[in-house]
Design a protein around this ligand. Structure first.
Ligand code: PMP
Length: 360
């Protein structure tokens, strides 16, 4: 704008970044169902709210920089030693830290597209070069094509399973084949943000993969299944030397005291059992919604996450506007498709009623 007289050049990679468009938020007081950000519709458990309130009373103090207790709880939860876990301000921040720890300027990073929209941004900010491999029409990652895209300049391969926004999970044998073909000095990031929603018996066991392939990093989050999106807690599980590198580039004190306390309370046995019951109820809703949509005539990719994908191509933006007008916020990707999160039963019913008017 005219008022901005700054002449300081931005890094070329930063000036060229694509925008990260967050899911739409309802205006204050508006009665809209928010199915635009793959959030968990359940409110925090009372025990988690109590932990938050207790931690908030110490807001004048810095948090434990290395989140010692939370790291120990996550390590026990995953089944690895403490030195293999690194936490961060949401797994999106952890992803950036992983890339910053290993990518040299111009190194190639191979990932599927369409996939999570933070990927191109995180790669560019880390100084890497994006190499994208199209996702199949069935919404599945094409792991053979991703393997074929690896060159001597490749430093990282990213696998998103289930893939956001299309929904399918990769299969263990496909991932084994990729790992056998990719050189051991190429990092393979397996983004398991929606892990707890997966019911595909052929899905890989990430921790088992990591034990056998020390070039694997798992990315996980408490934003989805554990319902803590607003507090920003994600983590990486990696071989100790890589974990130390990720920790070294992490934002100091990046996970607040309140977030650490809420995450710890969520991992308590009783709380965790209740949270995983919520996940099961959401999985049942997902299956109800996809069955209802298929009986309306929609051909949809299989989903193992907390969302469904409508490949609507050119109709996408018009349908998204109609959804907003009908009181349902969804996430459109222009020219490609709509992603609709699984929410409250009433929200899902509102969306199903709308989809029925769209005539596949
Ligand atoms: N990975 C994937 C595939 C995601 O869809 C998301 C959330 N949209 C994230 C990572 C980041 O989640 P968070 O930063 O909340 O942990």
């Amino acid at each position: 704008t005219a008022a901005d007289s700054s002449t300081v050049p931005l890094r070329a990679a930063v000036a060229a970044l694509p925008p990260y468009v967050p899911g739409a938020r309802p205006a204050p007081g508006a009665r809209l169902w928010k199915l635009s950000s793959n959030e968990n519709p359940y409110a925090p458990l009372p025990s988690v709210l109590e932990a938050i309130a207790r931690a908030a009373a110490e807001a004048n103090r810095y948090p434990d920089m290395y989140a010692t207790d939370l790291v120990a709880a996550l390590a026990a939860h995953v089944g690895v030693p403490n030195d293999q876990v690194v936490v961060g301000n949401g797994s999106v921040a952890v992803l950036s830290h992983v890339l910053q720890a290993v990518v040299e300027p111009g190194d190639e990073v191979v990932y599927p597209w369409r996939s999570f929209e933070a990927y191109p941004i995180a790669v560019a900010v880390a100084g890497g070069a994006s190499v994208t491999v199209p996702v199949g029409h069935d919404g599945r990652l094409d792991l053979p094509a991703m393997t074929a895209a690896v060159t001597p300049r490749t430093r990282v391969v990213m696998v998103c399973t289930p893939n956001n926004p299309t929904g399918p999970a990769v299969h263990a044998d496909e991932l084994e084949t990729l790992l056998a073909a990719v050189p051991g000095d190429v990092l393979v990031i397996v983004d398991e943000a929606y892990l707890e929603f997966v019911r595909d018996p052929q899905a890989p066991d990430g921790v088992d993969l990591l034990r056998r392939h020390p070039n694997v990093v798992l990315l996980r989050t408490l934003s989805k299944a554990y319902g803590l999106a607003g507090l920003r807690v994600g983590y990486a599980v990696a071989a100790p030397r890589l974990a130390a590198g990720i920790r070294a580039v992490s934002t100091p004190f990046g996970v607040s005291h309140v977030a650490q306390a809420a995450a710890l309370a969520s991992l308590e046995a009783a709380a965790q059992a209740e949270l995983l019951e919520h996940v099961s109820a959401l999985v049942a809703e997902r299956d109800r919604v996809t069955a209802a949509l298929r009986s309306q005539g929609w051909e949809l990719p299989e989903t193992h996450a907390n969302f469904v994908w409508f490949p609507l191509a050119e109709a996408t933006m018009d349908r998204a506007a109609e959804a907003t007008a009908a009181g349902v916020l969804v996430r459109p990707f222009a020219g490609d498709g709509l992603r609709v999160s699984i929410g409250e039963v009433e929200a899902n019913d509102a969306f199903l009623a709308l989809a029925a008017t769209w005539r596949p």
